[in-house]
Ligand binder design. Structure first.
Ligand code: NAP
Length: 474
């Protein structure tokens, strides 16, 4: 049991100002595995004040010193990877072995990237008679979701600290325990007091106070489009900089010359990863009518190979969903898909008979999905794949772009140049060509209602700078 009863503010573990607690529940056993403080507006204010007070000193800290501390954070996280993966496998439900690689491995990589890149970063350049300097944006509030909790935290905290910003982190109330490990690691790395602060609590209370606070310069949110809209509205009153990483409804476009064995394996995996609880999940498979029957057969076989079960069992490929509420949302989308006339090819809304505990949903595939129907348009955030047939390449691109979202996608073809040509026409921030791997140094972010701003690599670092021009006489 992880009982956390203090917040990390101004370099100290402090009792919260209120008495509220938030229980953390294991998604596979439905048991309480820990609790964290339900922070208050007063806690949010104290954390912002600490970050404001620490800003000038941290911004002036030599780059080499900041980089050395980020390197220590990387090493600290690396030494606790097992613990991180275990907690997140419980909080979120991702199979443990995968959680080691993704949920624990990516945050290590993010801190490692900034520790190495920072000393090489060009902070100043001459343009004619001007000296252009990069300065940290100021006090940053990071608000993060539950699905890849520490990866999303690291995607903000690592570059913000590297740039010289100070940070207040408000993690998801659903999966907050991992953030406490990061705070301990940051403390042990010797980061000065107030540079990093952790306040847990509910989005509509603590989150909104942080967003509206006049001493905060920037908000970086990863979350739902609904929260993004609310946060952008609130932040507009003080003209804060806002970066939003929001939802998605990404398409995997299979061209008629694709290697179907690879395309189907890759597309189903890009949909089912983390039980479909991935913002960039490829939840729409856009399939050529000429090869539709073969695609359906292979997709069903592949999806049915995703063995549901305990995240700590060796055989498990698909864990439970994060909460009872999320499971209900996903089941109601499956029912809606059936009601709207899509063909249910496998899975379905009923609970798997062999798993009486845990918020499991069977891997579900729909065929002949109308591209304008609810399940083809709305983010489901569960293991549900919609196959949408198309007749021509133009038609495939039109279907892929028929979404309010624009986060990610994939194109599969026997001819890479053809795939790239199609990928250029897709209005999203990322497109994987023939299953090209996720790159922690490439920019990640959305077009349209998937948000604005970019995370990861040098583009992610640049989000946290202001740019100043000094006009020189000489
Ligand atoms: P969420 O409900 O929007 O919550 C995200 C964070 O925002 C949480 O910390 C939440 O606090 C906080 N929050 C909620 N309402 C708020 C408000 N009014 N003011 C300030 N903060 C507020 O999203 P989620 O359910 O955790 O995560 C799933 C969503 O995130 C999906 O839509 C997914 O697509 C998106 N996502 C996007 C990306 C990306 O990079 N584009 C990556 C991962 C996930 P509480 O936890 O206390 O409610």
């Amino acid at each position: 049991m992880q009982l956390r009863d203090k917040l990390y503010i101004n370099g100290q573990w402090r009792a919260p100002s209120g008495k509220g607690k938030i229980d953390v529940i294991c998604s596979s056993t439905e048991e309480v595995i820990g609790c964290v403080p339900e922070g208050t507006v007063a806690d949010a204010d104290a954390a912002v004040q600490a970050a404001r007070d620490a800003f000038e000193g941290w911004a002036a800290t030599p780059v080499a010193e900041r980089a050395a501390m980020l390197g220590k954070i990387q090493a600290g996280l690396m030494s606790r990877m097992q613990e991180i993966a275990k907690i997140i496998a419980q909080e979120v439900g991702m199979p443990f072995k995968m959680a080691m690689m993704i949920q624990a491995g990516l945050p290590v990589a993010s801190f490692g990237y900034v520790a190495n890149a920072l000393p090489k970063y060009e902070f100043e350049k001459r343009i004619g008679n001007s000296l252009v300097v990069h300065e940290p944006v100021g006090v940053v509030v990071a608000i993060t979701p539950w699905n890849y909790p520490l990866h999303q935290i690291a995607g903000k905290v690592a570059p913000a600290l590297a740039a010289g910003c100070t940070v207040v982190l408000k993690p998801s109330s659903q999966a907050p325990l991992n953030a406490f490990i990061l705070a301990e690691v940051i403390e042990a790395a010797g980061v000065p007091k107030g540079v990093f602060n952790l306040v847990t609590g509910r989005g509509p209370q603590v989150g909104e106070r942080l967003v509206a606070h006049p001493e905060v310069d920037m908000i970086s949110l990863t979350g739902s489009t609904r929260s993004g809209r609310r946060i952008a509205e609130l932040a507009s009153h003080t003209i804060k900089r806002v970066a939003l990483e929001l939802g998605g409804k990404s398409a995997s476009v299979i061209l008629d010359d694709a290697d179907l064995a690879r395309a189907i394996r890759g597309s189903v995996s890009a949909c089912m990863l983390n039980s479909g609880q991935t913002c960039s999940a490829h939840t729409r498979m856009v399939a050529p009518e000429s090869r539709y029957a073969e695609i359906v057969k292979r997709t069903v076989e592949e999806a049915e190979g995703y063995t549901l079960g305990d995240p700590f069992a060796e055989t498990t490929k698909l864990g439970p969903l994060v909460s009872a509420k999320q499971r209900e949302t996903v089941r109601s989308y499956i029912r809606k898909g059936m009601a709207e006339g899509a063909e249910l090819l496998c899975g379905g809304p009923d609970a798997p008979a062999n798993l009486p505990k845990g918020w499991y949903v069977k891997p579900t595939v729909f065929g002949r999905v109308d591209p304008n129907s609810t399940i083809a348009q709305e983010e489901i955030f569960g293991p549900v794949l919609s196959i949408i047939p198309y007749k021509s390449e133009d038609d495939a691109v039109r279907i892929a772009n028929n979404s309010i979202y624009g986060l990610a996608g994939g194109v599969w073809s026997g001819n890479e140049a053809r795939a790239i040509k199609v990928a250029r026409r897709i209005r999203t921030g990322q497109v994987d060509i023939n299953g090209g791997a996720f790159n922690i140094e490439a920019p990640f972010g959305g077009y349209k209602q998937s948000g604005y701003g970019r995370e990861l690599g040098s583009y992610g670092l640049e989000e946290f700078f202001e740019v100043k021009s000094l006009q020189l006489k000489s």
